[in-house]
Design a protein around this ligand. Structure first.
Ligand SMILES: [Zn+2]
Length: 62
């Protein structure tokens, strides 16, 4: 199930994109970071990258 309308390669480095979100963006996560090194404007695509959300998983039991 692949959408032919989506690009298969990163438009920056032309590597193949496996992540549907990366394909939708037309750019891989690595190049995406190069474009946005400061993360000033988070995009929905970034939610599917290898970012670990800060969660209260290490809260100490009181
Ligand atoms: Zn790339």
């Amino acid at each position: 199930m692949t959408d032919p309308a989506l690009p298969r390669q990163c438009r920056m480095c032309h590597r193949r994109l496996r992540d549907p979100a990366s394909r939708a963006a037309g750019i891989g996560p690595v190049c995406h970071r190069k474009l946005r090194p400061t993360r000033g404007t988070p995009t929905p695509e970034q939610l599917t990258l290898d970012e670990e959300p800060h969660g209260p998983e290490h809260t100490q039991p009181s």
